[in-house]
Design a protein around this ligand. Structure first.
Ligand code: SF4
Length: 690
């Protein structure tokens, strides 16, 4: 009789940046790959909680659709097809083609994109592959699609791009302000902490959003600023604090530069101006101002409702400015909380998969940093900033980028203006995609490499609160799939490197030796449920609160950054008269590649829909279930209507999780001015009732 084994393995959830940890029990009659249960352990972020995705969202690992072998495109007059290949054949071809393209067009003709779903160690290796082996800084990751503007706003004002405190600190706050974040569905366990503090401990909650989601309904004050105008009311609040004697002048004189120049830039931002531009009643804005002035401690949470605009970085800056003006940094329960969407969107950037930064945010242009890496890696590193994701697509059209190596990202569905992105992929001379499923993007690839998801590998993730956590191998890789770090190493060696990492711990060890921010990060210090929050000193002292003795600026002082409001790039007009917003559903993760393959979860939300307000439904004689065509300047989508008072007036809302109804057929190519994050939230559409 076969022996039934049961195994318990600690892992970290991959469905959002909260970073819940739990034990996965596998085995029993179903065998080693059978998941018996997911049991929340002692995770620093979640304690004993999970949400529906973390608890039930894992059956995709055994999906029939998993890629099990490398695939190579075979071209023929009758039409291309993919055939299975050995690893040796696929990697040999990849090395030949990349070498040839580099010889003909130079290293900058090749672009690499790492993944916010991959581990820190994998992101480190991907950027090392780009810089040290290919010889280009054309390396980026999918934080370009979401949170780069938040990081930029914090770089400008306080120095580090991460959350300024820990998730558990939020409960100590007297006032939580949530701007452009559907926290209850996108970061559920973190939202539970806010709900508890609000309900049981009298914490005040103010929510600014276009849509009346769960947190909005719970809020003490909920208001709907016009799309793309958050910077105006945030700056008006700052001005009101100065004008009414509520700015924290002692804090400002001790810790903050640029006060006078900033105040001058606030001249236009009166409350009356904000009320007019944002279309929010003046009384509401004044009520908010009084609440902010009255509280001892405030933190602000924000997400893609802020960042995915042409002014995403500027609005993120305005948030940090307001926190500085009101003295809300340097104490638990205060500060900036940009909420990271992917599980490792923080780590992918932290570990240098960015065109202008090494791991730990040392600048490529910084001679000392570059020489440190050149010595460590034994190579010369290019000095010029590389291309970001957005620039890579444009560079393909311009004939400058000939080849791409993309891992862990269904870029066709994730990037804005999918038709444009797909057209770019078609123009590539050579394209390698590495993923766990045959995604929409794979259709354009020359080689598809089968990777292993988080349950099949070891490594670390860094959550939204800058927290390193270990994940352990729950089960062996399926079929011939391999962990990304092994594949990247093999690619590097086929291109002439001599890497010899036997475990991700070796990679972390190397990175900790090169990036001062991670100096004390070791696998011993991360064993089991142990965690560290960066920056981590050599002796292992970590940083639950980011700013205690100083800000991360050259002179230790923060900076108030002057403000200017620039209208959204695209607004509604006569033809495209409705504003389309988009975001997550509780049950699904991004484009749905993983969660749609979990039958229990998919059954909960089988159809995609567009939310329509009762007013608009009445005007157009629409009822729930009716079909409509949505059209933008960039594409078309046929959807079913859901009439709901979550949205109002001419606002529409579309979940971004559907492969059958990809919202990015409608979004355009405008981007945040500072970071090139697509302005997904600035999409005018027209609706035709069928
Ligand atoms: Fe996973 Fe986020 Fe849910 Fe936690 S809150 S279980 S990290 S999806």
């Amino acid at each position: 009789m076969r022996e039934e084994r049961v195994k318990r393995t600690k892992t970290v959830c991959t469905y959002c940046g909260v970073g819940c940890s739990f034990d996965v029990w596998t085995g029993g009659k179903g065998g080693d790959r059978h998941i018996l249960k997911v049991e929340p352990g002692e995770g620093a972020a979640n304690n004993i909680s999970t949400c529906v995705k973390g608890k039930f969202g894992w059956d995709y690992v055994n999906s029939e659709d998993r890629l099990r072998k490398p695939l190579i495109r075979e071209r023929s007059a009758e039409g291309d097809r993919f055939r299975e290949a050995s690893w040796d054949e696929a990697l040999t071809l990849m090395a030949q083609r990349l070498t040839q393209i580099k010889a003909e067009h130079g290293p900058d003709a090749i672009g690499l994109i790492s993944s916010s779903k991959c581990t820190n160690e994998e992101s480190y290796l991907m950027q090392k592959l780009a810089r040290a082996v290919v010889g280009t800084n054309n390396i980026d990751n999918c934080s370009r699609y979401c949170q780069s503007p938040a990081t930029q706003g914090l770089f400008r004002t306080v120095g580090y791009g991460g959350d300024s405190g820990s998730i558990s600190d939020i409960a100590q706050s007297g006032l939580v302000m949530i701007v452009g974040s559907n926290t209850a569905e996108a970061h559920p366990v973190l939202a539970t902490r806010v709900k508890r503090a609000h309900k049981l401990h009298g914490q005040k909650l103010i929510v600014a959003d276009l849509r009346e989601h769960e947190m909005a309904r719970r809020a003490d004050i909920f208001f709907r600023p016009s799309p793309g105008t958050d910077i105006v009311w945030l700056s008006a609040l700052s001005r009101w604090m100065f004008d009414n004697g509520h700015a924290k002048t002692e804090f400002l004189s001790q810790w903050v530069n640029g006060v006078e120049e900033y105040r001058k830039s606030l001249e236009p931002f009166t409350m009356e101006y904000a009320a007019k531009i944002c279309k929010v009643p003046l009384e509401t804005l004044e009520k908010i101002a009084h609440e902010v002035a009255a509280t001892e401690s405030m933190c602000i949470l924000w997400a893609m409702g802020v960042t995915q605009h042409c002014g995403g970085s500027d609005t993120s800056t305005a948030i940090s400015n307001l926190l500085l003006v009101t003295g809300n940094y340097m104490r638990p329960g205060t500060g900036a909380y940009p909420l990271r969407g992917h599980n490792n969107v923080q780590g992918a950037s932290d570990f240098g998969s960015m065109p202008a930064y090494f791991p730990g945010y040392d600048k490529i242009a910084d001679d000392e940093a570059r020489e440190r890496y050149e010595q460590g890696w034994g190579v010369k590193i290019p000095t010029a900033k590389g291309l970001d994701n957005h620039e890579m697509v444009d560079a393909i059209y311009e004939g400058r980028l000939k080849a791409m190596y993309l891992i862990g990202e269904d870029m066709l569905n994730a990037d804005a203006n999918a038709n444009y992105v797909g057209g770019g992929f078609e123009r590539l001379e050579f394209f390698v995609v590495q993923d766990i499923f045959f995604s929409e993007t794979c259709r354009y690839a020359d080689i598809v490499l089968p990777a292993s998801p988080s349950l099949e590998k070891e490594g670390t993730f860094t959550s939204t609160e800058r927290r390193f956590q270990r994940l352990y191998e729950v089960m062996e890789p399926l079929g011939e799939s391999r962990p990304d770090w092994r594949i990247i190493q093999e690619v590097a060696n086929r291109l002439g490197a001599k890497w010899n990492y036997s475990h991700p711990a070796d990679v972390m060890h190397e990175s900790a030796g090169l990036a001062p921010m991670f100096a004390g990060v070791t696998y011993d210090r991360l064993a089991g449920y142990k965690t560290l929050q960066w920056p981590v000193a050599v002796d292992g002292t970590d940083s639950p609160l980011l700013y205690t003795k100083e800000f991360h600026m050259q002179d230790g002082r923060a900076k108030l950054y002057p403000m200017e409001w620039i209208a959204p790039c695209e607004t509604e007009g006569d033809e495209y008269d409705l504003h389309l917003n988009n975001g997550r559903l509780l049950e699904h993760f991004h484009e749905g590649n993983m969660t749609y393959r979990v039958p229990g979860i998919h059954a909960e939300t089988p159809e995609c829909f567009v939310e329509v307000s009762p007013e608009l439904a009445k005007e157009q004689s629409l009822v729930t279930g009716q079909w409509v065509d949505l059209g933008s300047r960039y594409g078309q989508l046929r959807m079913q209507v859901l009439v709901t008072d979550r949205v109002s007036g001419k606002q529409l809302y579309l979940p971004l999780n559907s492969k059958e109804h990809p919202v990015n057929l409608l979004t355009g190519s405008y981007t945040d001015r500072a970071t090139h994050t697509p302005a997904y939230k600035e999409t005018p559409v027209k609706m035709t009732v069928l």
